[in-house]
Design a protein around this ligand. Structure first.
Ligand code: IMP
Ligand code: MG
Length: 172
């Protein structure tokens, strides 16, 4: 696998879309407090831009779920880090880098639901609907893409390329 030349989504386009998402999420939660739960590691770049585009009171939490080795989904999800804050009676927004099979998100949403938040919604920068195994829809989504393995803006291939400012396709 090697990095494709031209970006699939240029950095400027990502930044514009993140600002739009920020405005949309602000409208939803205006005047209330919002607990962000960022799914590590991939969503970290997206979340750090997104939170600065929000005009609401936010708190920040992380969850780490693993389901991937290389480009292969292992089909099982395990948590290696859980939120250390109370989510009970809080409005929770899960921030994900990409919705692929839907397994990670479903597990994360289920774990959070058990802690009785007032509401729980999902924001994903990217969505690959063709790959879905478990039906899950994002409440806020950045871009719908075809079934490519993509890297950059937080997303990795074997831990590389997270720091790229644009999103690129990995080519065979
Ligand atoms: P899911 O559980 O299959 O929906 O996979 C979600 C996780 O797999 C994401 O949070 C990513 O970390 C990883 N993933 C899925 N597709 C890609 C991709 O195209 N590039 C990089 N990581 C991906
Ligand atoms: Mg990964």
């Amino acid at each position: 696998m090697r990095l494709g030349g031209l970006p699939l989504i240029p950095a400027e386009q990502i930044q514009n879309r993140v600002r739009e998402l920020g405005a949309q999420i602000t409208r939803q939660y205006k005047g209330s407090e919002l607990s962000l739960v960022v799914v590590l590691k991939g969503a970290i770049v997206f979340a750090s831009d997104l939170m600065r585009a929000l005009d609401v009171d936010v708190s920040l939490n992380f969850i780490r779920a693993r389901s991937y080795a290389g480009t292969e989904s292992k089909g099982t999800v395990s948590f290696t880090l859980l939120p250390d804050m109370m989510l009970e009676d809080r409005q929770v927004l899960v921030v994900e880098d990409i919705l692929d099979t839907g397994r990670t998100c479903t597990e994360v949403m289920q774990w959070i639901s058990k802690h009785r938040p007032t509401s729980i919604r999902l924001c994903a920068l990217l969505d690959k609907p063709d790959r879905r195994v478990i039906p899950v829809e994002a409440d806020f989504k950045g871009f719908v893409i075809e079934d490519h393995f993509v890297v950059g803006y937080g997303l990795d291939f074997e831990e590389r390329y997270r720091n790229l400012p644009a999103i690129h396709v990995m080519e065979a």
